[in-house]
Design a protein around this ligand. Sequence first.
Ligand code: AMP
Length: 275
Amino acid sequence: MERQLYSVRMRAAAGGPHEAGGRHISGAERLVAEADLEPTVAGLLRRAREHPLGKADFIRITVEPVDPGTLMLIPSLPVSSVTPPGGVEAARRLAERLLTEAGVAQAAAAAAVSVLANGAGPGGAAMRGAVVMDAAGGRRLEPDPARGVRVSRLDWAADGRRRLAEVLRAAGHAVDAAAAGRVADALAMASKVAWAGAAAEVGWSDDPDYTTGYVAAPPLGYVRIPGIKAAGDTRGGRVFFLPDHVDLNTFIHRLERHPVLVELSGAIIPAPAAR
Ligand code: AMP
């Protein structure tokens, strides 16, 4: 695949840049052809300025060519959804159980859920990247615990984003275009994290209005878990579990630097209410 693509990355904060202590508001990643640069940059600028977490006073949008020779095409994980009866605590226990099914030690699964519940950054602040955790021991491994590891240089291949949005809406995973876009971004990221060698991951948004989280892993696919946090809670984040046989630096390099296009291939299983 020799087409020239550009990585477009956005990050926004309030109270100054992230590196000067600003509060993370929003971030997004795209990989687009030159002809799509202008609408992509405009769309990400709008997204940074209209975020429910507040008004950003620092917005950085970076545009960089990627090396077409290293571009990889990877498959998307299948999507499903489970809603345990019993509220937030039951949803979090379910997330832990799914993580152990994917090979994460029980203590590490519980540690990850507790890190996310308490705010993963220093002092409970939101991180702009993810926690990396040892899948066997539950130790945090990311070099910078304020920033975390940021998955970058990824997008949907061809018209995958549009086709996925249609399927997600038909299957009851998204009520409108904005919700479908959010799931599309999260699924592309989880597919790249699985490709990079993670045993599993768990996450939920720091957006106070968005209470659906997920567990993703190669044997499980991307499992959506509605009600994993209470509405109004601004704590959230992502934890990627590293198995023993994957080298940390290789893992981080793949996540941050290796350009990847995700092809829509995994099944989209209808959400329980839509069945
Ligand atoms: P979101 O799902 O966009 O609401 O993001 C929730 C949290 O996931 C953020 O606060 C970050 O901790 C983490 N996150 C978001 N985007 C990325 C990314 N590209 N790479 C790693 N972690 C991310």
